[in-house]
Design a protein around this ligand. Structure first.
Ligand code: MEV
Length: 318
């Protein structure tokens, strides 16, 4: 929108189905944008400031003010992602995603700001790649070396696949017209940030390549198999369940799950889910369970809900 008038915009969060962490190293991924997300309201101002509409704990306010400086620098420096915004703005963020939970709140924030800062045709047109490219540049603040899949899901929406062909470039993304199986989706507070988790995996890859590379190869193969499953015309619960279970075990071997997440998944399976896995960077955060149908999903969500720590969310979809 890019002008000096009040603005309001929404960007969705995401649920990664397969491919987290491996995607940072060029392996395929698949995920879905959520109905939940984050809304920004912007009033014209000199410079850029960002604040939360509702207070959050921890260092969120300090983090947002550092991010505001990064946004101002990034939007002020010429790049290949479209005209640079001349406008400043006081940005207020209202999120119905828990912040830093693995549901892509930072990617949604970057997408919402990218949309605000770009001219209308690049935002509302058919080709949303300018929004994605700019959101991706902004996400470097949060992740250091984002793969682009989180901002891709927020910018482009729907169930999407991601495949990398050029190192360092954004992946190619395609929409899948798949009906997902019934899912229970949740998030618990995180013990480590995405940046730390991604850096930890990178460091393990360099010190233990013979352990970590085969894990990535198998995670990549599972993402491929899941994309094949979702492309087929059938109910996907039975086909996805073994892939989900394997992917979670591999992510646990990679060191990004926690005993609490593992315990929630075990409990969900005992309550009737077919399988579950963490979603996103891990360290706590988001997870999902595949269920045979919506009725079981409602029952599993109700069973888990009372057992999750304060600050968690749990819902079912599909
Ligand atoms: C985080 O939601 C997903 C990671 O794969 C990081 C990334 O792809 O940028 C862990």
């Amino acid at each position: 929108m890019n002008g000096r008038s009040p603005y309001s915009g929404f960007a969705p969060g995401k649920l990664l189905l397969f491919g987290e962490h491996a995607a940072v190293f060029g392996y395929p991924a698949v995920g879905v944008s959520l109905d939940r997300g984050l809304r920004i309201s912007v009033t014209p101002a000199d410079g850029i400031s960002i604040r939360l509409a509702r207070p959050a704990g921890g260092d969120v306010a300090a983090g947002l003010s550092a991010f505001a400086a990064f946004v101002a620098d990034t939007l002020g420096s010429p790049a290949d992602d479209g005209p640079v915004s001349p406008a400043g703005g006081a940005i207020t963020v209202d999120s119905d995603l828990p912040i830093s939970s693995g549901f892509g709140s930072s990617a949604a924030l970057c997408t919402a700001i990218a949309e605000w800062s770009l001219p209308d045709p690049q935002v509302s047109g058919h080709d949303r790649s300018a929004v994605w490219r700019r959101a991706h540049r902004l996400e470097a603040f949060f992740h250091g070396t984002p793969s682009g899949i989180d901002t891709g899901l927020s910018s482009l929406g729907g169930v999407r696949t991601f495949r990398f062909s050029t190192p360092g470039a954004l992946p190619e993304s395609a929409a899948l017209s798949a009906d997902l199986p019934a899912l229970v989706v949740g998030a618990i507070p995180r013990e480590r940030s995405t940046r730390d988790l991604v850096a930890g995996v990178r460091s393990r890859l360099s010190t233990e390549p013979s352990t970590v590379r085969p894990i990535f190869d198998r995670l990549g193969a599972l993402a491929d198999a899941a994309i094949g499953e979702l492309a087929a015309e059938r109910n996907h619960a039975a086909g996805m369940a073994p892939l989900v279970a394997d992917a979670h075990h591999l992510l646990r071997d990679l060191g990004v799950s926690t005993p609490l997440t593992d315990g929630i998944i075990d409990r969900g399976v005992r309550a009737g889910a077919l399988a579950g896995k963490l979603s996103g960077a891990g360290g706590g955060g988001a997870f999902y369970l595949v269920c045979p149908d919506a009725e079981v999903a409602a029952r599993v969500a109700a069973d888990l809900d009372g057992t999750l720590p304060p600050g968690s969310v749990c819902f079912h979809m599909g």
